[in-house]
Write a protein of this length. Structure first.
Lengths: 751, 162
């Protein structure tokens, strides 16, 4: 058994570096941007879910006092079909442009049609009402199964299905169809004693970050564009803006402001190109803000889905075969996370015979976007409840079933990849050993449920540079937007290498002109990849410092050792100096010292968590109350345990919201009827108990400290765990999310 | 456009005068006129609490108060919470408990917590959860926020007793 490494900084809980700014109101978020002569922008949006735009007349708005610029799709360079890769997968430029400002058709309620910049936001809003848009309203396609039918209204008249990698010749809302196969599915089901199959439906849900989207821009006379915005990735925002505006990427600078939550929803740009165009037209800085209603109706929620899962098992609890049909609503443009869903649907189980049939389907809703483990929650709701039903049928404890069927290092997923060392068994054992699992649960309408969540985790690209300060501290420059404490988790990795305290690192997130390329804070990659860049940059500093010590002592560098923050030479004469002492002497040993690293690693290491929940169902109202919640998760190595717990707790609660309350409710015309935080109800303090986060550490062999990203996995298990608990409590299986009071009452036969 | 309104008020203990449009919300005045951007806009209709401030001792959502309404009143915002660069115990507790992630809801939670502890210096977990239900946080799951407020209550009552 490997001996756990001893760390000085890693695993401790220092105050985060940006903490004081954030508790004093001094931290500047995107909407806090101010500038002399600042104009305020607002966006006119389609009231229709599907409509041809016959004409747009902006003349009355342009003449309105205080209005300084109006833009429509005509101000965008004619968009073209061109596939561009901006770091989060390939996208069609035409779709990207048309989503910024609708051209021929408005494809969803909330689709941007025009934007106005005025002296203040009120004037801009008034001016929007003076823009005359003539629409020809078309019937919308609003639900994935209906949208797949031959007679469905076509979101894009010329869309041809990508059928297993080949273009078909028929127009359809099915943007793509793909499959994964492993083993012999028929043989597998023939070997099963028990086969369970159900359909599952999940609604459209939103990331629900508290900070609405915002973007401010200055378009200079020399063509230099600067954008201040809340984005998960400044470089990705830069790339999108450059492509959409057909502007040289080097002439776009994105300054990442503090970001008020993202969860995958602040990767695509919406307002940034509009702010730039409005600034170009007006010659002034322009700040464009979304309202909360805009955020719901016009950004990228995560898709509604239809999923059918069939699993076979033997009476002694071995899975023999698993089959899934997955159809996701992409929204108005292709690209739902159905690919990720297919990676997750049967992971992390050991499946010898598997078949996955998956569809990306256009509907007249906003283009879907990533939301924390995108796709995984939808399919885990299906798989993890089918497994629970199998367990009930064969009389096996769900924990034992998971231990028996867990994938291990060397096993392959149905979609192909082979698992490295993963911590499924360990998280299940942590759940089993937790007092919660054996605690008595009494009461007629109370039940306990278990479910596991999986996310493959991703490693993108990151850069870090480090400057050594004369007082023995370092300034760490990074490009990863800090959404949940990553300045701390990255700084701590550099501190560990250099033997200095976490407080001796001064991390700064900088603009796209000031650091090497860095990908989005997403995919659970930041603490892994940017942390690795910090590790490598610190190694670079360490090596250079060793050379400085060698110069100071006039010895060979390779004879100097460094440990616990002390440089030592012990060959003949004894010399030692700590990091601070040597930092003070940089001036006399060669001048300033900086280290740097850019990394593009692989081996992010899958992330797995197992949750236990106790619920009480009110049979009169259908309301489900969460009585107790425990979430175990493999973090590989928790750099800052408090913020790892925070990710687990926050993700679990988003999953609870998805399970019980959250969904877009549309009327028959395809208009959202609950676009506010009053009616789209996310969990509050009063809806919840404490969330017991249990960190399991199975080190990731691909990271020097063993890090696995932790951000996404915790949202995956809750809906299934709660559904299983509801079954345990009242004996009914819910197969539709959210499990709202109405649906619970229906399942109970009360209404 | 109607004439602007001249408002005299007290913000964070200091006399302040400003001009605003009659339709400007207190949140707009704080953020755009007075550059007090600690209060955040999350919903602009009183649902999320990110703009929470204390008005004459009472917790309000500044997005649904008019700027002109604060004539002659006293407003406390997050910018006034720390005294002479010494953090308030609630601020310290939020840092110690890692009770923030993205931090955009934090100013609102701090002000709501302050209003709670003014009224009820020794709240139970239930009291805290009930009081803070008007402030939405999407990152933390509230666990660490509730703990931070309970810790702050304990620290503050100890300080008073000493």
């Amino acid at each position: 058994m490997a001996v756990e490494k001893e760390y000085k900084v890693i695993g401790t809980r220092p105050i985060r570096h940006d903490g004081v700014d954030k508790v004093t109101g001094r931290a500047l978020y995107g909407a806090d941007y101010q500038a002399a002569g600042l104009l305020h922008g607002r966006v006119l949006r389609s009231p229709h879910a599907h409509a041809r735009i016959k004409s747009i007349n902006t003349s009355r708005a342009e003449a309105y006092p205080g209005v300084k610029a109006v833009v429509t799709a005509g101000d965008l360079t004619a968009s073209q079909d061109k596939i561009v890769d901006l770091g989060e997968g390939a996208v069609n430029l035409k779709f990207m442009c048309d989503n910024i400002l609708a051209r021929e058709k408005a494809l969803y309620q909330g689709h941007a049609v025009a934007a106005v910049a005025a002296l203040n936001g009120h004037i801009a809003e008034e001016a929007l009402e003076l823009i005359d848009v003539e629409y020809e309203v078309l019937p919308p396609a609003m639900e994935v199964r209906a949208a797949m039918q031959d007679d469905a209204p076509l979101v894009h008249e010329d869309m041809k299905t990508d059928e297993m990698g080949k273009a078909s010749d028929k127009s359809s809302n099915i943007a793509s169809h793909f499959q994964h196969k492993k083993g012999d599915i028929e043989k597998g089901f023939a070997e099963a004693d028990v086969v369970i199959e159900h359909d599952y439906v999940t609604g459209t849900v939103h990331q629900g970050y508290i900070e609405p989207h915002n973007a401010s821009a200055v378009y200079n006379a020399d063509g230099e564009i600067t954008i201040w915005c809340s984005t998960q990735g400044a470089f990705n925002a830069r790339g999108q803006v450059a492509e959409i505006l057909q502007h040289p990427v080097s002439k776009v600078k994105v300054v990442p402001m503090e970001i008020g939550g993202g969860f995958g929803g602040k990767i695509s740009v919406y307002l940034e190109p509009l702010a730039a165009l409005l600034s170009k037209k007006s010659g002034r800085p322009v700040k464009v803000l979304m309202s909360r209603e805009d955020v719901f109706e016009s950004t990228g929620p995560t898709p509604a889905s239809y999923v059918r899962v069939k699993i076979g098992a033997t009476n002694d609890g071995r899975i023999t075969a698993a089959e899934a049909y997955i159809a996701f609503e992409a929204g108005a443009y292709p690209g739902s996370p159905v690919g990720a869903a297919a990676m997750c649907v049967f992971s992390p189980y050991k499946i010898e015979n598997g078949f996955i049939d998956a569809y990306d389907v256009l509907v007249n809703k906003p283009k879907s976007n990533a939301y924390r483990a995108p796709g995984s929650t939808n399919v885990a709701f299906a798989t993890e409840t089918v497994i629970d039903e199998i367990c009930k049928k064969i009389g096996m404890d769900p924990i034992e079933f998971r231990l028996l069927n867990s994938a291990k290092e060397g096993d392959s997923r149905v979609d192909g990849p082979v698992f490295p060392r993963i911590g499924f068994v360990e998280t299940v054992e942590a759940a089993k050993d937790h007092p919660h699992y054996s605690a008595p649960l009494e009461g007629k309408y109370r039940g306990r449920g278990v479910a596991t969540g999986f996310w493959p985790n991703f490693a993108f690209q990151s850069s870090v540079s480090i400057n050594v300060n004369p007082d023995g501290t370092i300034s760490l420059v990074e490009g990863s937007t800090d959404i949940g404490g990553s300045r701390a988790s990255i700084a701590m990795q550099a501190a560990e290498v250099l033997g200095i305290s976490a407080e001796s690192v001064h991390p700064t997130v900088v603009d796209t002109n000031s650091v090497g390329y860095t990908d989005v804070t997403g995919g659970s990659h930041t603490t892994f990849t940017t942390g690795l860049a910090a590790y490598e940059a610190a190694q670079d500093v360490k090596q250079q410092m060793i050379e400085r010590a060698a110069k100071l002592w006039e010895v060979d560098a390779d004879e100097i050792e460094f440990s616990d923050g002390i440089f030592r030479y012990v060959n003949g004469k004894e010399e030692e100096i700590d990091f601070k002492g040597l930092a003070e002497k940089l001036g006399q040993t060669g001048g300033p010292l900086m280290g740097r690293a850019s990394v593009a690693p692989s081996g992010a290491g899958s992330s797995i968590g197992t949750h236990i929940v106790d619920v009480e169902v009110d049979p009169e109202t259908g309301k489900v109350e969460i009585l107790r919640y425990t979430a175990t998760q493999d973090a590989g190595k928790a750099i800052h345990p408090s913020y790892v717990e925070g990710q687990i707790q926050g993700g679990a609660v988003q999953g609870i919201g998805w399970a019980l309350n959250e969904e877009y409710i549309y009327n028959e015309d395809g208009q959202m009827t609950n676009a506010s935080f009053l009616d789209y109800r996310i969990p509050t303090t009063y809806d919840l108990p404490m969330i017991d986060a249990v960190i399991v550490e199975v080190p990731n062999p691909s990271h020097p400290f063993g890090v696995r990203g932790v951000g996404e996995t915790p949202i995956v298990a809750p809906p299934a765990a709660i559904a299983n608990a509801i079954y345990d409590a009242v004996g009914v299986r819910l197969t539709e999310l959210p499990m709202s009071p109405e649906r619970v009452l229906k399942a109970l036969g009360k209404i | 456009m109607p004439d602007k309104v001249h408002v005299k008020t007290v913000i964070n203990g200091e006399a302040v005068e400003f001009l605003c449009e009659p339709r400007d919300s207190l949140l707009e005045v704080l953020r755009d006129n007075l550059m007090l951007t600690g209060a955040k806009e999350g919903c602009n209709n009183g649902n999320c609490g990110a703009c929470s401030v204390i008005l004459d001792g009472r917790l309000v959502n500044s997005c649904i108060v008019l700027g002109a309404e604060i004539e002659g009143k006293e407003v406390e915002t997050v910018e006034g919470l720390a005294e002479h660069n010494k953090l308030h115990p609630i601020q310290d507790a939020f840092l110690e408990n890692a009770a923030l992630q993205c931090g955009v809801c934090t100013p609102g939670f701090l002000m709501a917590a302050k209003a709670l502890l003014n009224e009820n210096p020794n709240p139970t977990e239930h009291d805290v959860r009930f009081w803070l239900a008007g402030n939405l946080c999407r990152c933390t799951g509230y666990d660490k926020i509730v703990r931070a407020v309970l810790d702050a209550a304990e620290t503050m009552s100890t300080e008073v007793n000493v």
